[in-house]
Write a protein that binds this ligand. Structure first.
Ligand code: CU
Length: 291
């Protein structure tokens, strides 16, 4: 590569563009109280005290330099789900690198992949740690001059709080009013209905939904009165986008769906595993307001 760079200025320019910018992030993993609904505090594991964790975002070719600070009482790692990272950045303890013990840090360095929706989560005791709240989106933007198929975007990150807490963490809800044990609560962007806020969309707007299922069950997400056009799955653009009004999102999967707001009204969005929307007022359900 260096020989090419030295031999031709245009190649040098390409090389600079291809390598993009360096983007630095710090993710502090810690136990933190988290309000999943008014009056419902739980003890979560979080990145930077939010569930989901902060969005990691950049452009294809950028270098992500992400420091994990482990303030948890247990070892952890971060796996970059869907990203073809160098092997020693893959976050699988005992296979691709060491575990990050309490009080330790580790810096992950890798190139941002193709534009699309990715996510990150621990790969150390991941069943417990993900269900406690350790997950977040990693988004790679298309080039600024690429044709835009949507006006704005929203994230819909599904979580199953407590679904897989084992004996190792189930007693950690010891604070007053905190949930403990193995009760599972289904979350969108860290909240359960009725605490999931309405999504307001202007008539005619095209909204890209980035849908990610961080849990272990299938969540067939259904929208009333409108349709998604699925344009990508698992970070891969589809050659032939297709229409769906129910998107079955399997464990670990993600879908990018563009919703065109061509029908005014208040429309429900909900999981069609109907025991995930108890009484149509709790769980995975929220209102989409087109006005
Ligand atoms: Cu569901």
């Amino acid at each position: 590569m260096k020989a090419f760079v030295l031999s031709c200025c245009s190649i040098l320019l390409l090389a600079v563009v291809a390598h993009g910018e360096e983007r630095q992030f710090v993710l502090v993993a810690s136990a933190a109280p988290w309000q999943i609904a008014p009056g419902r505090m739980v003890m979560a594991y979080s990145y930077n005290q939010t569930v989901p964790g902060p969005e990691i975002r950049g452009n294809a070719g950028d270098v992500f330099r992400i420091m994990l600070v482990n303030n948890l009482p247990v070892p952890t790692t971060i796996h970059w789900h869907g990203v073809a990272v160098p092997n020693d950045m893959d976050g699988v303890p005992g296979v691709t690198g060491p575990v990050v013990n309490p009080g330790q840090t580790f810096t992950y360095v890798f190139h941002a992949p193709s534009p699309g929706t990715y996510w990150y989560h621990p790969h150390a005791n991941s069943a417990d740690q993900i269900s406690m709240g350790l997950y977040g989106l990693l988004i790679v933007d298309p080039p600024a001059d690429a044709p835009r198929k949507y006006d704005r975007e929203v994230s819909m990150v599904i979580g199953e709080y407590g679904s897989m807490m084992g004996a190792g963490v189930s007693g950690r809800g010891g604070m007053g009013g905190m949930a403990g044990g193995t009760a599972s609560t289904l979350l969108i962007n860290g909240k359960t209905a009725p605490a999931i806020p309405d999504l307001r969309i202007r008539y005619g707007e095209r909204v890209l939904f980035r849908m990610v299922n961080t849990g272990n069950m299938v969540h067939p997400m259904h929208v009333h009165g409108l349709h998604w056009t699925i344009v990508a799955t698992d970070g891969f653009d589809l050659q032939t986008p297709y229409k769906k009004d129910t998107v079955p999102i399997n464990a670990g999967e993600r879908y990018d769906g563009i919703l065109e707001a061509d029908n005014k009204g208040i429309w429900m969005v909900h999981c069609h595993n109907l025991d995930h929307v108890t009484d149509l007022s709790t769980g995975l359900i929220f209102n989409l307001v087109v006005d």
